[in-house]
Design a protein around this ligand. Structure first.
Ligand SMILES: [Zn+2]
Length: 234
Protein backbone atom coordinates (compact mmCIF):
# COMPACT_ATOMS: atom_id res chain seq x y z
CA UNK A 1 0.00 0.00 0.00
CA UNK A 2 2.68 2.38 1.05
CA UNK A 3 4.65 1.57 -2.09
CA UNK A 4 1.67 2.22 -4.32
CA UNK A 5 1.11 5.60 -2.72
CA UNK A 6 4.68 6.58 -3.32
CA UNK A 7 4.45 5.43 -6.89
CA UNK A 8 1.31 7.46 -7.45
CA UNK A 9 2.72 10.63 -6.02
CA UNK A 10 5.87 10.28 -8.12
CA UNK A 11 3.65 9.88 -11.18
CA UNK A 12 1.78 13.04 -10.24
CA UNK A 13 5.02 14.98 -10.12
CA UNK A 14 6.11 13.60 -13.48
CA UNK A 15 2.79 14.59 -15.02
CA UNK A 16 2.87 18.10 -13.69
CA UNK A 17 6.44 18.51 -14.94
CA UNK A 18 5.25 17.47 -18.39
CA UNK A 19 2.32 19.83 -18.10
CA UNK A 20 4.66 22.61 -17.08
CA UNK A 21 6.89 21.96 -20.09
CA UNK A 22 3.86 22.02 -22.36
CA UNK A 23 2.57 25.25 -20.82
CA UNK A 24 5.91 26.92 -21.49
CA UNK A 25 6.25 25.66 -25.05
CA UNK A 26 2.75 26.85 -25.88
CA UNK A 27 3.47 30.19 -24.22
CA UNK A 28 0.39 30.18 -22.10
CA UNK A 29 0.35 32.93 -19.51
CA UNK A 30 -1.61 32.45 -16.33
CA UNK A 31 -2.47 35.96 -15.16
CA UNK A 32 -2.88 39.58 -16.23
CA UNK A 33 -0.57 40.76 -13.48
CA UNK A 34 3.08 39.84 -13.72
CA UNK A 35 3.47 37.14 -11.06
CA UNK A 36 5.62 38.92 -8.48
CA UNK A 37 6.21 38.04 -4.84
CA UNK A 38 5.19 40.44 -2.06
CA UNK A 39 8.80 40.94 -1.06
CA UNK A 40 10.01 41.49 -4.65
CA UNK A 41 11.69 44.83 -3.94
CA UNK A 42 12.88 44.43 -0.39
CA UNK A 43 16.40 43.94 -1.74
CA UNK A 44 17.93 46.97 -3.41
CA UNK A 45 19.29 46.89 -6.97
CA UNK A 46 22.94 46.64 -5.89
CA UNK A 47 22.31 43.57 -3.77
CA UNK A 48 20.28 41.97 -6.56
CA UNK A 49 23.11 42.55 -9.03
CA UNK A 50 25.63 41.06 -6.59
CA UNK A 51 23.53 37.92 -6.03
CA UNK A 52 22.56 37.38 -9.67
CA UNK A 53 26.22 37.77 -10.64
CA UNK A 54 27.17 35.04 -8.17
CA UNK A 55 24.50 32.67 -9.48
CA UNK A 56 25.18 33.38 -13.13
CA UNK A 57 28.89 32.67 -12.57
CA UNK A 58 27.78 29.32 -11.14
CA UNK A 59 25.63 28.57 -14.24
CA UNK A 60 28.64 29.30 -16.46
CA UNK A 61 30.85 27.17 -14.22
CA UNK A 62 28.45 24.22 -14.44
CA UNK A 63 28.49 24.50 -18.23
CA UNK A 64 32.25 24.10 -18.04
CA UNK A 65 33.21 27.59 -19.18
CA UNK A 66 36.61 28.88 -18.08
CA UNK A 67 35.87 32.06 -16.15
CA UNK A 68 39.52 32.97 -15.89
CA UNK A 69 39.43 33.72 -19.63
CA UNK A 70 39.56 37.48 -20.15
CA UNK A 71 36.60 37.46 -22.48
CA UNK A 72 34.31 35.65 -20.01
CA UNK A 73 35.53 37.16 -16.76
CA UNK A 74 33.16 40.11 -16.76
CA UNK A 75 30.13 38.28 -18.15
CA UNK A 76 28.41 37.38 -14.85
CA UNK A 77 28.50 41.00 -13.71
CA UNK A 78 27.41 42.30 -17.12
CA UNK A 79 24.45 39.91 -17.25
CA UNK A 80 23.40 40.75 -13.68
CA UNK A 81 23.55 44.49 -14.33
CA UNK A 82 21.69 44.09 -17.63
CA UNK A 83 18.90 42.10 -15.93
CA UNK A 84 18.34 44.52 -13.07
CA UNK A 85 19.05 47.90 -14.72
CA UNK A 86 17.98 47.27 -18.29
CA UNK A 87 16.02 44.35 -19.70
CA UNK A 88 14.01 43.60 -16.50
CA UNK A 89 13.93 47.10 -15.04
CA UNK A 90 10.20 47.28 -15.75
CA UNK A 91 9.51 44.86 -12.90
CA UNK A 92 10.17 47.61 -10.40
CA UNK A 93 7.27 50.07 -9.97
CA UNK A 94 9.75 52.82 -9.13
CA UNK A 95 10.74 52.81 -12.83
CA UNK A 96 7.19 53.32 -14.05
CA UNK A 97 6.94 56.45 -16.20
CA UNK A 98 4.75 59.16 -14.73
CA UNK A 99 2.08 60.05 -17.25
CA UNK A 100 1.59 63.77 -17.56
CA UNK A 101 -1.51 64.89 -19.40
CA UNK A 102 -1.89 68.06 -21.41
CA UNK A 103 -5.10 69.88 -21.95
CA UNK A 104 -6.24 69.42 -25.50
CA UNK A 105 -6.60 73.06 -26.45
CA UNK A 106 -7.69 72.32 -30.00
CA UNK A 107 -10.45 70.09 -28.72
CA UNK A 108 -9.08 67.35 -30.90
CA UNK A 109 -11.56 64.54 -30.46
CA UNK A 110 -10.40 62.34 -33.30
CA UNK A 111 -8.39 59.21 -33.12
CA UNK A 112 -4.72 59.53 -32.33
CA UNK A 113 -2.50 56.72 -33.58
CA UNK A 114 1.13 56.06 -32.78
CA UNK A 115 2.41 53.22 -34.90
CA UNK A 116 5.61 51.24 -35.30
CA UNK A 117 6.87 51.61 -31.75
CA UNK A 118 9.81 49.22 -31.58
CA UNK A 119 9.95 47.15 -28.42
CA UNK A 120 12.18 44.45 -26.98
CA UNK A 121 10.96 42.09 -24.33
CA UNK A 122 11.79 38.61 -23.01
CA UNK A 123 9.69 35.46 -23.06
CA UNK A 124 9.07 34.43 -19.46
CA UNK A 125 9.17 30.74 -20.37
CA UNK A 126 12.63 30.73 -21.95
CA UNK A 127 14.19 34.11 -21.07
CA UNK A 128 15.04 34.83 -24.70
CA UNK A 129 14.03 37.95 -26.66
CA UNK A 130 10.62 38.83 -28.05
CA UNK A 131 10.86 41.87 -30.32
CA UNK A 132 8.61 43.70 -32.69
CA UNK A 133 6.33 46.66 -33.20
CA UNK A 134 3.53 48.06 -31.11
CA UNK A 135 0.73 50.20 -32.55
CA UNK A 136 -1.35 52.25 -30.17
CA UNK A 137 -4.49 54.35 -30.64
CA UNK A 138 -6.79 56.36 -28.43
CA UNK A 139 -9.60 58.84 -28.74
CA UNK A 140 -8.97 61.88 -26.56
CA UNK A 141 -11.58 62.79 -23.96
CA UNK A 142 -10.16 66.31 -23.78
CA UNK A 143 -6.68 65.49 -22.52
CA UNK A 144 -3.71 64.26 -24.53
CA UNK A 145 -0.53 62.54 -23.49
CA UNK A 146 2.97 63.29 -24.82
CA UNK A 147 3.88 60.87 -27.62
CA UNK A 148 7.14 59.95 -25.93
CA UNK A 149 5.09 58.93 -22.90
CA UNK A 150 3.24 56.29 -24.94
CA UNK A 151 6.61 55.02 -26.02
CA UNK A 152 7.82 54.88 -22.43
CA UNK A 153 4.76 52.99 -21.26
CA UNK A 154 5.36 50.39 -24.00
CA UNK A 155 9.03 50.09 -23.00
CA UNK A 156 8.27 49.87 -19.28
CA UNK A 157 5.99 46.83 -19.60
CA UNK A 158 8.29 45.27 -22.21
CA UNK A 159 11.16 45.26 -19.75
CA UNK A 160 9.80 42.31 -17.84
CA UNK A 161 9.73 38.58 -18.40
CA UNK A 162 6.53 38.48 -20.44
CA UNK A 163 3.98 36.64 -22.52
CA UNK A 164 2.83 38.75 -25.45
CA UNK A 165 -0.88 38.65 -24.56
CA UNK A 166 -0.22 39.98 -21.06
CA UNK A 167 2.17 42.63 -22.36
CA UNK A 168 -0.50 43.88 -24.78
CA UNK A 169 -3.15 44.02 -22.05
CA UNK A 170 -0.89 45.69 -19.50
CA UNK A 171 -0.07 48.46 -21.98
CA UNK A 172 -3.75 48.85 -22.89
CA UNK A 173 -4.89 49.04 -19.27
CA UNK A 174 -2.14 51.49 -18.35
CA UNK A 175 -3.12 53.79 -21.22
CA UNK A 176 -6.77 53.67 -20.18
CA UNK A 177 -5.77 54.70 -16.70
CA UNK A 178 -3.26 57.36 -17.79
CA UNK A 179 -5.61 58.90 -20.36
CA UNK A 180 -8.80 58.66 -18.35
CA UNK A 181 -10.62 57.10 -21.28
CA UNK A 182 -11.69 53.60 -22.19
CA UNK A 183 -11.24 54.28 -25.92
CA UNK A 184 -7.87 52.61 -26.31
CA UNK A 185 -6.47 50.05 -28.75
CA UNK A 186 -3.13 48.25 -28.84
CA UNK A 187 -1.79 45.85 -31.45
CA UNK A 188 1.53 44.10 -31.08
CA UNK A 189 3.29 42.20 -33.83
CA UNK A 190 6.31 40.33 -32.56
CA UNK A 191 8.96 37.72 -33.24
CA UNK A 192 9.76 35.21 -30.56
CA UNK A 193 13.35 34.01 -30.44
CA UNK A 194 12.23 30.89 -28.60
CA UNK A 195 10.24 29.95 -31.71
CA UNK A 196 12.84 31.00 -34.30
CA UNK A 197 16.11 29.90 -32.73
CA UNK A 198 15.00 26.76 -30.91
CA UNK A 199 11.97 24.49 -30.56
CA UNK A 200 10.17 24.40 -33.92
CA UNK A 201 12.77 26.81 -35.44
CA UNK A 202 10.26 28.73 -37.48
CA UNK A 203 12.11 31.89 -38.47
CA UNK A 204 9.33 33.65 -40.36
CA UNK A 205 6.24 33.53 -38.22
CA UNK A 206 5.25 36.51 -36.14
CA UNK A 207 2.56 36.71 -33.50
CA UNK A 208 -0.11 39.40 -33.45
CA UNK A 209 -2.03 40.25 -30.31
CA UNK A 210 -4.63 42.95 -29.80
CA UNK A 211 -6.39 44.89 -27.07
CA UNK A 212 -9.60 46.77 -27.91
CA UNK A 213 -11.53 48.76 -25.38
CA UNK A 214 -14.38 51.29 -25.43
CA UNK A 215 -15.21 52.50 -28.94
CA UNK A 216 -12.56 50.22 -30.43
CA UNK A 217 -14.34 47.25 -28.97
CA UNK A 218 -17.89 48.24 -29.89
CA UNK A 219 -17.60 50.50 -32.92
CA UNK A 220 -16.45 48.61 -35.98
CA UNK A 221 -15.79 51.85 -37.84
CA UNK A 222 -13.36 53.10 -35.20
CA UNK A 223 -11.58 49.78 -35.18
CA UNK A 224 -11.30 49.64 -38.96
CA UNK A 225 -9.99 53.18 -39.08
CA UNK A 226 -7.21 52.18 -36.69
CA UNK A 227 -6.43 49.04 -38.69
CA UNK A 228 -6.33 51.14 -41.85
CA UNK A 229 -3.78 53.54 -40.31
CA UNK A 230 -1.48 50.67 -39.45
CA UNK A 231 -2.13 48.84 -42.73
CA UNK A 232 -3.71 45.82 -41.12
CA UNK A 233 -7.23 46.30 -42.47
CA UNK A 234 -9.09 43.31 -43.75
ZN1 LIG B 1 9.46 31.17 -25.01
Amino acid sequence: MKQKETLLSTMDIELSKERMEELGEEHVGTSLETPLREDAFEMDDDLKIELIEKHFREIMNIMGLDLSDDSLKGTPHRVAKMYVKEVFSGLNPKNKPAAKLFENKYKYKEMLVEKDITFHSHCEHHFVPIYGKAHVAYISNGDVIGLSKINRIVQYYSKRPQVQERLTMQIGNELKEALGTTDVAVIMDAYHMCVSSRGVQDTNSSTVTSFYSGKFEHDEQARNEFLKYINLEK
